[in-house]
Design a protein around this ligand. Structure first.
Ligand SMILES: [Fe+2]
Length: 197
């Protein structure tokens, strides 16, 4: 598949709802299971917040929209799309899916709202100066994770969630840092630093 051509050629269809267009994208790129994961994350994000429901739902559906680009292609595709790539993302191109998803959300789904795009862009690592919207999408993705079974950190994360989003994010980041992390992304470390102040 020519990934860049697919992205460039994709058009929203006016006879389809916004969600139907997103579902079609996942279908055409043979990643429908990621669409279902996106729906779970979208619902979780909405349930975690009293506001921003429409934007959170959109961010949830689109956060992994780049799943069809294989890990082995992510570096090359990012470079071709002029997406800035950090040293750690060179080492672990899997991490580029958050930036690629934000690119596709804007290019293919006409998302202009920076609050949505920024949250998609840091949904795996969080980042320095995150806001509540970023935190909610980040946490929803960890609660409604894309792997089978119950996340090992879920109980502790849910307990921390009763205190604050920040406490819950710290539980997950600490779990990650103590469990064979492939590479410590600088955005993750910057977020942790701010969470522990
Ligand atoms: Fe996800």
């Amino acid at each position: 598949m020519d990934y860049i051509k697919y992205i460039n050629d994709f058009r929203l269809q006016t006879n389809q709802s916004f969600v139907e267009n997103i579902e079609r994208f996942y279908q055409e790129t043979e990643t429908i299971s990621t669409f279902y994961h996106g729906q779970m994350v979208a619902k979780e994000a909405v349930s975690l917040s009293k506001e921003y429901h429409e934007q959170l739902y959109q961010a949830g559906l689109l956060h992994d929209i780049s799943a069809f680009i294989p890990k082995s292609e992510r570096l090359l595709i990012s470079e071709k799309l002029h997406i800035p790539v950090l040293k750690e993302e060179h080492q672990v191109p899997l991490l580029l899916h958050q930036k690629l998803s934000a690119y596709i959300a804007e290019k293919c789904f006409q998302i202009k709202d920076p609050i949505i795009l920024n949250a998609i862009k840091c949904h795996t690592t969080l980042k320095k100066n995150f806001n509540n919207f970023d935190l909610i999408v980040f946490l929803a993705d960890k609660i409604a994770w894309d792997q089978p079974g119950i996340p090992p950190y879920l109980e502790e994360l849910n307990t921390a969630l009763k205190v604050s989003y920040q406490e819950a994010a710290l539980v997950y980041i600490d779990y990650l840092l103590s469990h064979n992390l492939l590479v410590a992304h600088p955005w993750l470390l910057a977020a942790k630093k701010q969470l522990t102040i």
